[in-house]
Design a protein around this ligand. Structure first.
Ligand code: AHG
Ligand code: MN
Ligand code: MN
Length: 350
C-alpha cells in the first residue's frame, strides 16, 4: 500500500468534490478552476522531472519586468498556466510574476468571478542544478461576482486576507501540492505513474516553535542592527539547549517555507541597504505563502505588521517577510522593534 500517511485514500479530485459539497450554494466554478490549475501543475511537473533530457534548462536571453534573467522553465511554466486557465471561463483577471500588468483573457470566452495571481516558477536560480523549486498561486473572488466584464487592476490589488485560496507546488524529492481554501492546510503528493495527487497530510499544523532559521546570511552586513541582534541571538547557545538554531537556506522560497511549515522555525527575506523593501513580491509570493502559514497556525509579518493586512499599491510591490512558527516570528518582531528583553538590558532607557 503506497499511500500510507493519510487515513483515507483521497485523490485531489475527490477532495475538491468533497469541499464543494460543504458549500451548498457552490456553482462548481471554483472546483473547475482548481482542476484546470492541477492540469498545469502536472504539465510543469513532467518537464521539471525530465529537466536535462528536454530543452528546458538555461536562459531564454530575455529579462522580466524586474530586470531578472528569464529561464526557459520560467517561460514554460508561465505559458502552461496561462494556456490551462485562459479558456476555462472561471477568471476575470490573471497576473503572473513573469509578465507586466494583467494578462489579457480571450475575448470570445465568458468571464468568471475569480482572479488568479501566480509565480510560475519560484527559485529560478536552482532550476539548472536539480535543487527544489516551486509554483505559487493566489486566488481572489471579485468584489461584485455578478459582473461579467474583465476585472480592473483596482479589483486585483486587495489585501492578502481576502484570498479565497492560496498554495504552492514544491518540485522536490517528490512533487507536493500544499493549499488552503481558508479551512486549514492540506498536503497532496503526486504519483507520476498514475498522474494523480493523493492527500498525504490532512490539516497540517506548524510547530509553535522551531529550531531552524532560514535567511540569506550573505547579506548580513547590509542588515539593520536589530536584525543582526536577532540572528546573533539565534546563534548563541542557551542553558535550556533551545539555541543555537540551525541554518537552512535553499534559495527557493517555496522549499524554505515548506520545510518551516513542517518542522517549525522562521523563514526571512528582510529589507537591507540594497533592497529597502526586501526581495519577495507581495502579490505573487508573499501573500499566498503567508495565507498558507497562517492557516497552518503560523504567523507572517513584515517585521511590524501582519502581511495579510497590507493594502497593496502595485502588482510588483515587494515586502520584507518573516514567517513561520508563531513564537519565533513574535520573537523576531520584538527584536526588530527594539523591545526584546536582551536589547533593553543592553541599552537602558534614558
Ligand atoms: P523567483 O525565482 O521567482 O524569482 O524567486 C526567487 C526568490 C525566492 O524564491 C528566494 O527566496 C529568493 O529569491 C532567493 O534570493 P537570494 O538569492 O537573494 O537569497
Ligand atoms: Mn519566486
Ligand atoms: Mn518566479
Amino acid at each position: 500500500m503506497a499511500i500510507v500517511t493519510a487515513q483515507r485514500l483521497v485523490t485531489i479530485e475527490r477532495h475538491i468534490a468533497e469541499q464543494e459539497h460543504l458549500h451548498p450554494h457552490a456553482t462548481g466554478e471554483f472546483s473547475r478552476l482548481l482542476r484546470d490549475l492541477m492540469l498545469a501543475f502536472r504539465l510543469i511537473a513532467r518537464e521539471v522531472s525530465r529537466a536535462g533530457l528536454n530543452d528546458i534548462l538555461g536562459l531564454t536571453g530575455t529579462t522580466n519586468v524586474y530586470g531578472e534573467a528569464v529561464r526557459k522553465l520560467d517561460a514554460y511554466a508561465h505559458e502552461v498556466i496561462v494556456r490551462a486557465m485562459e479558456h476555462g471561463g472561471h477568471l476575470c483577471a490573471m497576473a503572473s510574476e513573469e509578465s507586466d500588468g494583467l494578462i489579457a483573457l480571450p475575448p470570445t470566452r465568458p468571464r468568471g468571478k475569480y482572479i488568479l495571481l501566480f509565480d510560475p516558477l519560484d527559485g529560478s536560480t536552482n532550476i539548472d542544478v536539480n535543487v527544489t523549486i516551486g509554483t505559487i498561486f493566489s486566488i481572489y473572488r471579485r468584489r461584485d461576482p455578478a459582473l461579467t466584464t474583465d476585472a480592473t487592476l483596482e479589483d486585483v490589488l486587495r489585501p492578502g486576507c481576502e484570498q479565497v485560496a492560496a498554495g504552492y507546488v514544491c518540485y522536490g524529492s517528490s512533487v507536493t501540492l500544499v493549499y488552503s481554501t481558508g479551512n486549514g492546510v492540506d498536503v497532496f503528493t503526486y504519483d507520476p505513474t498514475l498522474g494523480e495527487f493523493f492527500l498525504t497530510i490532512e490539516k497540517l499544523r506548524i510547530p509553535r516553535r522551531g529550531t531552524h532559521y532560514s535567511i540569506n546570511e550573505g547579506n548580513a552586513k547590509r542588515w539593520a542592527p536589530e536584525l543582526q541582534d536577532y540572528i546573533d541571538y539565534l546563534k548563541t547557545p542557551s542553558h535550556d539547549q533551545h539555541r543555537p538554531y540551525s541554518l537552512r537556506y535553499v534559495g527557493s522560497a517555496v522549499a524554505d517555507v515548506h520545510r518551516v511549515l513542517h518542522y517549525g522555525g522562521i523563514f526571512m527575506y528582510p529589507a537591507d541597504r540594497a533592497n529597502p523593501s526586501g526581495k519577495l513580491r507581495l502579490m505573487f509570493e508573499v501573500n499566498p505563502l503567508a495565507f498558507v502559514t497562517e492557516q497552518a497556525g503560523g504567523r507572517a509579518s513584515n517585521g511590524c505588521c501582519r502581511i495579510l493586512d497590507i493594502r497593496p499599491e502595485s502588482l510588483r510591490q515587494r515586502v520584507p517577510v518573516f514567517l513561520g512558527s508563531p513564537e519565533d516570528v513574535a520573537e523576531a518582531e520584538a527584536f526588530l522593534q527594539g523591545r526584546h528583553i536582551l536589547q533593553r538590558l543592553r541599552t537602558p532607557e534614558a
